[in-house]
Write a protein that binds this ligand. Structure first.
Ligand code: ZN
Ligand code: FE
Length: 255
């Protein structure tokens, strides 16, 4: 049983992702950032689109829904909490829901904060998660609709996934995130090494993604807000995890 995954750039800094089950032909687009880029990727792979999985309502994740559905007849699955804001949605899913995609079970995690209804998709058998704009490599989404506490709880949910889970995210923000992360943890050796790796990749115009849960646990200051060394570095040894997260998020917003 093989789930093939193809990541490609879309718009200015989004990623499109196609997943394909070789046995059933199921092909899903994770979000729908740019119709032309997605069609080109489908053509290059020789795959026929059967599903779109939306993570949240923002236009850079949903703008291709209607056109791709009209052209391919694909089914669109997306967050219960944002159904009214997502074009051409067929199925609404929320926390704890599980659905079948080809021969794979997909688990739905609600990960609100960036938007109130944001969801992530986890496919245990393929050890892969699609987290939209909740988590980025060494970063996280801006907290537009929710609270810091809500966003921290969402990151804590992602922290709990198996460490070897591959994580696909919505945007290539990695280099700027690394630079900021070093202001929080200048002495984190894993972070320094990863920042150098990322500079090399971006210097060759290569993607820095997907990431893994293990890499984020070691280098992402937002995901590490519960770690005593991060709390100490911020002079907040006794603060709640979400308050430390909030301080880091506020600094990044103002950076
Ligand atoms: Zn977004
Ligand atoms: Fe986005």
């Amino acid at each position: 049983m093989t789930l093939k995954i193809h990541q490609f750039p879309a718009r200015s800094d989004n990623y499109g992702v196609l997943i394909h089950d070789t046995e059933t032909g199921m092909t899903a687009s994770i979000d729908a950032p740019e119709v032309s880029a997605i069609k080109q990727a489908l053509d290059a792979k020789g795959w026929r689109l059967t599903h779109i999985l939306n993570t949240h309502h923002h236009q850079d994740h949903t703008e291709g829904n209607a056109a791709l559905k009209e052209e391919t007849g694909c089914e669109i699955i997306g967050p219960l909490g944002e159904a009214a804001k997502i074009p051409a949605l067929d199925h609404q899913v929320g926390e704890g829901d599980m659905f079948r995609l080809g021969n794979f079970d997909v688990q739905v995690l609600e990960t609100p904060g960036h938007t109130l209804g944001h969801i992530s998709y986890f496919i245990p058998e393929a050890k892969v998660a699609f987290v939209g704009d909740t988590m980025f490599a060494m970063g996280c989404g801006r907290v537009f609709e929710g609270s810091h506490e809500m966003m921290w709880n969402s990151l804590a949910k992602l922290r709990a996934l198996p460490a070897d889970t591959s994580v696909y995210v919505g945007h290539e923000y990695t280099q700027a995130n690394a630079e900021f992360a070093l202001t929080i943890e200048p002495d984190n050796a894993a972070l320094k090494a990863r920042a150098a790796e990322v500079d090399a990749l971006r210097g060759q115009d290569k993607p820095t993604l997907p990431t893994t849960i293990a890499k984020e646990l070691a280098t992402n200051p937002f995901v590490r807000a519960c770690e005593p060394e991060v709390k100490a570095a911020l002079g907040m040894p006794d603060a709640a995890d979400w308050q430390v997260f909030g301080e880091i998020r506020t600094r990044k917003d103002n950076a």
